[in-house]
Design a protein around this ligand. Structure first.
Ligand code: ADP
Length: 238
């Protein structure tokens, strides 16, 4: 059984646990490969305001863990709670950024960012909020553009704006910069640090890149890197 490993930013104030994962297990029952044990008794506590990286080889269960936190997948056993409430489905407390930005091609950047607010029925100060987010990620001049007119890095920045639109407490990111070239990726990591520092979100970033996982450290923001659990190869099958 593979287990994701964790590095966390030690400068974050260790306040109350916001994400509480205990003994969490998940087995997929498949026709082709039998029972796939994606997660086996995983424990992880993340305090409010922490920036935590989950790192591990492909197939060790990182995305499964993140999907469960986002309320997009179920778990078989254990405890999974956000802010002391069991996760039973998607929540406005959580924003997600995934490997592909998945912007809607028929909407401008500005309207893509507005979408979660519209879906949530929130129109209060929306324009102001969207302007602020676009400005913060360097897209201030590009709100009227359509996704196909943006580079990959710009699309991911728009995806981050969309995830932050409803001001979630928690930002879950699943290898969000994996498809970008090395320079853009580095720039995006710096930008993410800035967003984290400015907004003090609780961030969980999934990556298979060790350098990305320790990025907060070499950016002189972290004082502690902790490998919690032993990494092993691949998920196990029955
Ligand atoms: P990672 O994100 O670390 O690459 P995943 O969480 O995507 O790993 O997958 C963990 C294991 O669970 C893998 O063996 C994968 O094949 C399996 N898995 C993930 N999703 C499903 C699914 N919907 N059905 C069956 N098996 C799945």
């Amino acid at each position: 059984m593979a287990t994701p490993q964790v590095s966390r930013d030690g400068n974050a104030q260790r306040s109350r646990p916001l994400i509480d994962i205990q003994n969490l297990s998940k087995t997929y029952v498949t026709a082709s490969s039998g029972n796939v044990h994606a997660l086996n008794k995983v424990d992880l506590t993340i305090a409010e305001g922490e920036f935590v990286c989950v790192v591990g080889p492909s197939g060790c269960g990182k995305s499964t863990l993140l999907r469960m936190l986002a309320g997009l997948d179920t778990y078989d056993a254990g405890k999974l709670s956000l802010d002391d409430q069991a996760v039973t489905g998607p929540s406005g407390k959580v924003g997600g950024v995934f490997q592909a930005a998945n912007l809607l091609p028929w909407l401008s950047v500005r309207e893509n960012v507005r979408l979660p607010l519209r879906v949530g029925g929130r129109h209060d100060a929306a324009d102001q909020r969207i302007d602020g987010l676009l400005e913060m990620t360097g897209l201030g001049e590009l709100g009227a553009r359509y996704p196909y007119e943006l580079s990959g890095g710009m699309q991911q920045r728009a995806g981050i704006c969309r995830a932050l639109a409803r001001d979630p407490q928690i930002l879950l990111m699943d290898e969000p910069f994996g498809a970008l070239d090395a320079l853009t990726r580095e720039r995006m990591n710096i930008e993410l640090q800035r967003i984290w520092q400015t907004h003090r979100k609780t961030i969980m970033l999934i990556t298979h890149s060790i350098s990305e996982a320790i990025f907060p450290s070499y950016a002189k923001l972290a004082s502690e890197i902790r490998g919690l659990l032993n990494a092993q190869e691949g998920a196990s099958n029955d």
